[in-house]
Design a protein around this ligand. Structure first.
Ligand SMILES: Nc1nc2c(ncn2[C@@H]2O[C@H](COP(=O)(O)OP(=O)(O)OP(=O)(O)O)[C@@H](O)[C@H]2O)c(=O)[nH]1
Ligand SMILES: [Mg+2]
Length: 462
């Protein structure tokens, strides 16, 4: 993508709300000419309304957007003058009537007057380039927009507030001061580093390494909160898989019936289970079938099991147990599989009382009994322990993880160097690599490609 990073002199505009009919649509304009461009198309209504350039900052003006003397739409215009704005540039937000046409026409009049259509994420990119937020905060803006559970939103808000940045900067400072220390010794080669100083340096390094390990330990949870976990619901026909899906979602999504083989295609739907976004996949019941459509459904069920990170194996508690099902699942070497005994409201089948090898979770999708313990069990399978408030503040993403890992590897080399009395120049070099990698996280050092890959994932108008 051709990103005009250097041409930050131009003024950008985009529709910031989704396309389609709605109460309102918002068009956002940012840049040096934002006020003048809107001045040119906006006719204030009433005595107290003003053209944006004459209005005070952080005020709302009422009027019309006009094109060739004709009204395009009646609008409210919010005026934000630099530097206290999202991009640190002059920003104008025009609220039009919802609907595709008014917003599109207002945007067109702005483009005619010299604004350029913004790239996805370009407003946030400007906020970053103009130093209002760092890279982790820019990423958090996208996380806020994409978050699917309250817990994910909390984590995203903490990152947006700069909690992760703060720790990364602390870490960077620790390493920089160590680097300064080592460089001072390089400048005075006649002075040996005393063993005491060396031990002290190793201790400081170890402190930073431990800090990094703690941050790295949040990577898995960070990924889960951002992407969710795929959980396949599998079992025999009529076991109650679709009933379970509906119970977990809290609404009737899948068809439930006493007919065996009701579900043929896989159904995917996301729910928040104890704050974790879980993508449940209801599947066709596993059995021998001569029906071609059902066979295809069963093939898809098997595929879902392979692709899932969690398997919910549902068994009808009133029917005889099929040992081969358990054997099949055991053979898959699934890290996370929960065995669910459904229909606890009815008399259970004698064959089940003997099965003690697996830990069964009893539920009734009819009455809802056992659903809360099941949700706890799902959470326990996904999280490795409780999620602390502190962890939520620093849930790193895969980019942070990659940079931290590289930095850590370089630091470990420095530690070995210090312990074995190696050349100071070599250590300084590795330390600089470590500092550089940490700097990438907050965007102290960036490349065009890196910025592209981050900001192209944003929505238009953000
Ligand atoms: N009594 C009782 N009946 C249940 C319970 N759960 C499901 N059922 C009934 O069992 C039958 C099958 O339920 P489904 O949810 O369609 O089962 P399924 O596993 O999705 O079946 P297929 O899609 O055919 O593989 C329906 O008649 C449900 O009403 C339960 O906990 N108690
Ligand atoms: Mg079903």
């Amino acid at each position: 993508m051709d990103r005009p990073h250097q041409t930050i002199n131009d003024t950008i505009a985009a529709i910031a709300t989704p396309m389609g009919e709605a109460g309102l649509a918002v068009i956002r304009v940012s840049g040096k000419q934002a006020l003048h461009i809107v001045d040119a198309v906006f006719a204030p209504i009433g005595k107290s309304s003003l053209k944006p350039s004459l209005a005070s900052t952080h005020t709302i003006q009422y009027g019309r957007i006009e094109q060739d003397g004709k009204t395009v739409d009646e609008v409210m215009v919010s005026v934000f003058k630099a530097p206290r704005t999202f991009t640190r540039e002059d920003v104008v937000e025009i609220s039009t009537h919802g609907g595709t046409l008014p917003a599109k026409m207002v945007l067109d009049t702005l483009l005619e007057k010299g604004a350029r259509l913004a790239e996805p994420g370009e407003f946030t990119l400007r906020a970053f380039l103009n130093g209002r937020i760092d890279l982790t905060q820019a990423e958090a803006v996208a996380d806020v927009i994409h978050s699917r559970t309250e817990l994910a939103l909390t984590a995203a808000n903490e990152q947006l507030a700069g909690k992760l940045s703060q720790r990364i900067r602390e870490l960077r400072n620790q390493l920089m001061s160590l680097l300064a220390h080592i460089e001072a010794h390089i400048d005075f080669p006649d002075e040996d580093i005393s063993p005491d100083t060396r031990t002290q340096m190793v201790d400081r390094l170890q402190f930073s390494l431990d800090f990094m390990s703690r941050l790295l330990a949040t990577a898995r949870e960070g990924r889960i909160l951002r992407r969710g976990i795929r959980a396949a619901i599998v079992g025999r026909p009529n076991a109650g898989k679709s009933s379970l899906l509906n119970q977990l979602l809290g609404h009737d999504r899948a068809i439930v019936s006493h007919v065996e083989g009701t579900t043929r295609d896989t159904i995917e739907e996301t729910a928040s289970i104890r704050g974790i976004p879980i993508i449940f996949i209801d599947t066709a019941g596993l059995r021998e079938s001569s029906d071609v459509i059902e066979q295809e459904g069963i093939r898809r069920s098997r595929k879902s099991i392979e692709q899932a990170e969690l398997v919910l194996h549902v068994v009808d508690g009133t029917a005889a147990l099929h040992e081969e099902d358990l054997a099949f699942l055991d053979k898959q070497h699934l890290k996370a599989c929960l065995h669910i005994l459904n229909k606890s409201d009815l008399e259970s089948h004698p064959s089940l009382r003997e099965e003690k090898k697996h830990a069964w979770i009893e539920v009734s999708c009819e009455t809802g009994a056992g659903l809360e313990p099941l949700k706890d069990a799902i959470r326990d399978k996904v999280w490795s322990g409780e999620i602390s408030a502190e962890m939520l503040e620093v849930m790193i993403n895969s980019r942070h993880q990659d940079a931290l890992s590289r930095s850590k590897t370089a630091l470990e080399t420095v530690r070995t160097g210090l312990e074995n009395d190696l050349e100071l120049e070599l250590m300084a070099m590795d330390l600089r690599i470590a500092v550089g990698a940490i700097g990438e996280i907050v965007g102290e050092t960036t490349t065009e490609d890196l910025l592209d890959s981050i900001f192209s994932q944003f929505c238009l108008g953000k």
